[in-house]
Design a protein around this ligand. Structure first.
Ligand SMILES: Cc1ncc(COP(=O)(O)O)c(C=O)c1O
Length: 402
């Protein structure tokens, strides 16, 4: 998006503010589907957790996407956005049987990731086909917090427990209609992905009623020019070939499913914040913005390096700044980063702010969560209002302490 458009949005809607470019989301969706255009039945289930604004969900629905959800609330958001239950998969981790039953009653595809719930669900509802999440024990992902397929991970049912799964399926007479894996986020090496896929194919042979294989997600997106990203076109070519071979051997055309979050929305997002104070200390120049990890926690949580541009002075001389927030704890967005000269009141734009940014925002320090704006057809649409003081007090119950 052009700097002048972003500056105008900051002016019109105030700062801090999240801005999403609908065109980028559309292009990424098309890029993924065209990389897999030789698969007869392809299904993209957008991972709602990445960015769950209902207008974003509607945009993805208009592109033909389904949804991957992890909570009953995400399921309900998807239904409210107009998705059919059959377009939604529910892939929770460690939730109660009651929550799974509620999702199942709404008609969505259930994906189960532990033996205990598999047995309980299968005993109670043998006629409802379920998908199972397999843990292939492959170490993949950019950070230990987002590598979820390894041996010590809490996610999925271990491939070493296939005999247990088969025993449960036999005893309950339930049907397994899908198998799934998600090894982690920010996977750099497509060979690791392909290796995990082979494990999934091997696992799939144990189940005769499959309708789909879900390869999860974890595609790495670039954060700056020249950054490594998952080569989606090469993955498309190689995985399609293997998938089509597998379907032939299996004797049935299955659906190939993915559930990308970051790939679809990360690069579409910008977080705009205003510089409150430029503070020179004996060692550092701090640019202190009108935000903190309450609005964008990823740098503190994962060490993510979001590109930061001074869109108020894009041609200014580059200097080194540590960009920090106003939270009462260390909340560093960038350490000694080269940025065009910053003055107080300048607007900084953080890149890759579409995925896991607003959805992880909180009211810490009793701050308001920011507004969200969708740039669509050359027009800025407000898709979430900035919170107000009423939102801070909402749901609090004052008691009489006398
Ligand atoms: C089960 C599952 N599927 C899909 C995703 C989306 O991953 P990404 O945003 O890396 O595409 C996640 C991310 O945490 C996940 O846990």
């Amino acid at each position: 998006m052009e700097n002048k458009t972003l500056l105008q949005i900051a002016e019109d809607f105030g700062s801090p503010v999240y801005v999403y470019n609908a065109e980028t989301i559309t292009n990424q969706y098309k890029r993924l589907t065209s990389a897999f255009n030789k698969v007869k039945q392809l299904r993209i289930n957008y991972a709602v957790k990445a960015l769950s604004n209902i207008s974003i969900l509607k945009l993805l629905r208009s592109l033909g996407s389904g949804l991957d959800t992890v909570s009953i609330q995400e399921v309900k958001l998807g239904l409210a956005a107009g998705f059919e239950p059959s377009q939604i998969i529910f892939t929770p981790n460690g939730v109660s049987l009651e929550e799974i039953e509620e999702a199942s009653d709404l008609g969505v595809q259930i994906n189960i990731d532990n033996l205990s719930i598999l047995e309980q669900f299968g005993t109670k509802f043998p006629n409802i086909p379920v998908c199972i999440r397999i843990n292939p024990h492959v170490m993949a992902g950019g950070n230990t917090n987002i590598s979820v397929g390894h041996i010590d991970s809490k996610f999925g049912i271990s491939i070493h427990q296939i005999p247990h799964i088969l025993r449960i399926v036999d005893n309950t007479a339930m049907t397994i209609n899908g198998i799934h894996m998600h090894t982690g986020s920010d996977i750099l090496d497509i060979d690791v992905f392909l290796y995990a896929s082979e494990i999934l194919f091997e696992t799939a042979k144990n189940f005769s009623n499959l309708e789909f294989i879900d390869f999860g997600s974890g595609f790495k997106v670039p954060y700056k020019e020249g950054d490594i990203e998952t080569n989606i076109e090469e993955l498309g070519e190689k995985l399609t070939k293997r998938f089509n071979e597998f379907c032939k051997d299996y004797g049935k055309q299955l659906t190939l499913a993915f559930e990308p979050g970051k790939f679809l929305v990360s690069e579409a997002g910008f977080f705009l914040a205003k510089v409150n104070v430029v503070k020179q200390t004996t060692s550092t120049v701090f640019a202190q913005i009108d935000s903190g990890f309450n609005h964008l926690i990823r740098p503190m949580l994962y060490g993510s390096q979001h590109k930061i541009s001074n869109i108020s002075n894009p041609n200014g001389r580059e200097r080194f700044y540590s960009v920090v927030g106003y939270i009462c704890e260390t909340d560093t967005f960038a350490n000694n980063r080269r940025i065009n000269e910053i003055s107080e009141d300048d607007i900084l734009a953080f890149g890759n702010a579409g995925a896991y940014c607003f959805t992880m925002a909180s009211n810490y320090n009793s701050r308001f969560r920011p507004a969200e704006v969708l740039w669509h057809n050359n027009k800025a649409h407000l898709i979430r209002q900035r919170e107000t003081f009423d939102d801070i007090l909402r749901n609090q119950v004052e008691i009489n302490l006398n």
